[in-house]
Design a protein around this ligand. Structure first.
Ligand code: NAD
Length: 257
């Protein structure tokens, strides 16, 4: 929270909005929950893991909080959550599809079960959450969906075939859905982080790759989860109503250096 926010002197740009964030227990998802709450949004956090730490940060920012410790691949759980949000907060305005697994594995070891497991979380789950929450956005005539992909789809890196296929799929999904729901006042965009200090990146990437990739950026450092907040606040803002189907790369300039 900035000093201005603490003093209550900056406009709370997301006041009156309810935001669903998947993968909210840690890493980038937790930072997004906090950032949205500090700007006035109520937050619904979804994760397989314990959400109490994120809930405490959201409530500290003065926002209302709903914790859903469920699997994003569970269509029934997503539909039930949509009903709960409607009952408690009156509907959903913002959806951030952030939960993902990368599960790196060589092409020779990659089998159909592994492929399907990655695609279920990284590509099918955003489809399920959009199915569950878009009707509430349509009813409100206002919605903002941000799908978190990965700048890595632009690069060749072995062992991530399923993950990259899913994230590229998410970009195509975003553009197609944007054109279907645009007339209803709903925007759909992608924010693609570069390497960011989280359990996912530190668990999957060789430290040398992290060091080399981070130092090659125009802003030569590794990303922090909070580095994603500005982009997501921009894409979900009232003023961004004409920005849709886009992919933004908040990665310190990694894409062009
Ligand atoms: P992370 O592993 O730290 O957090 C992911 C969260 O998603 C975890 O809390 C996990 O429990 C949750 N999750 C996973 N499967 C789930 C399921 N089936 N149901 C509910 N929750 C589930 O990862 P992160 O680095 O914070 O990644 C956030 C997003 O950013 C992901 O979409 C990831 O692909 C993307 N990304 C991250 C990096 C990076 O370097 N960290 C780079 C590019 C893209």
């Amino acid at each position: 929270m900035t000093d201005e926010q603490a003093a209550g002197t900056t406009p709370r740009t997301h006041e009156g909005r309810a935001a669903v964030v998947t993968g909210a227990a840690r890493g980038i998802g937790q930072a997004l929950c906090r950032g949205l709450a500090e700007n006035g949004a109520d937050v619904i956090g979804v994760d397989l893991e314990d959400l109490r730490e994120t809930g405490a940060a959201v409530e500290k920012a003065g926002a209302r909080w709903i914790a859903a410790q469920v699997d994003v691949t569970d269509a029934h759980a997503m539909a039930e959550l949509a009903t709960e949000v409607e009952d408690q907060l009156g509907g959903t305005h913002i959806l951030i599809n952030n939960a993902a697994i990368d599960d790196p594995i060589s092409w020779d070891e990659l089998d159909l079960d592994h492929w399907r497991r990655v695609l279920a979380v990284d590509l099918e789950a955003p489809f399920l959450t959009c199915k569950a929450f878009v009707p509430q956005m349509r009813a409100a005539g206002w919605g903002r969906i941000v799908n978190i992909a990965s700048g890595s789809v632009l690069r060749a890196m072995p062992r991530f075939v399923a993950y990259r296929a899913a994230k590229m799929g998410l970009i195509g999904f975003t553009r197609a859905l944007a054109s279907e729901v645009g007339p209803d006042g709903i925007t759909v965009n992608v924010a693609s982080p570069g390497i960011t200090v989280t359990k996912m990146a530190l668990g999957s990437l060789d430290p040398e790759v992290v060091e080399t990739e981070s130092s090659r950026r125009a802003i030569p450092r590794i990303g922090e989860p909070d580095d994603m907040v500005g982009t997501v606040l921009f894409l979900t803002a009232e003023a961004s109503a004409f920005v849709t189907g886009q992919t933004l790369l908040p990665n310190g300039g990694a894409a062009f250096v």
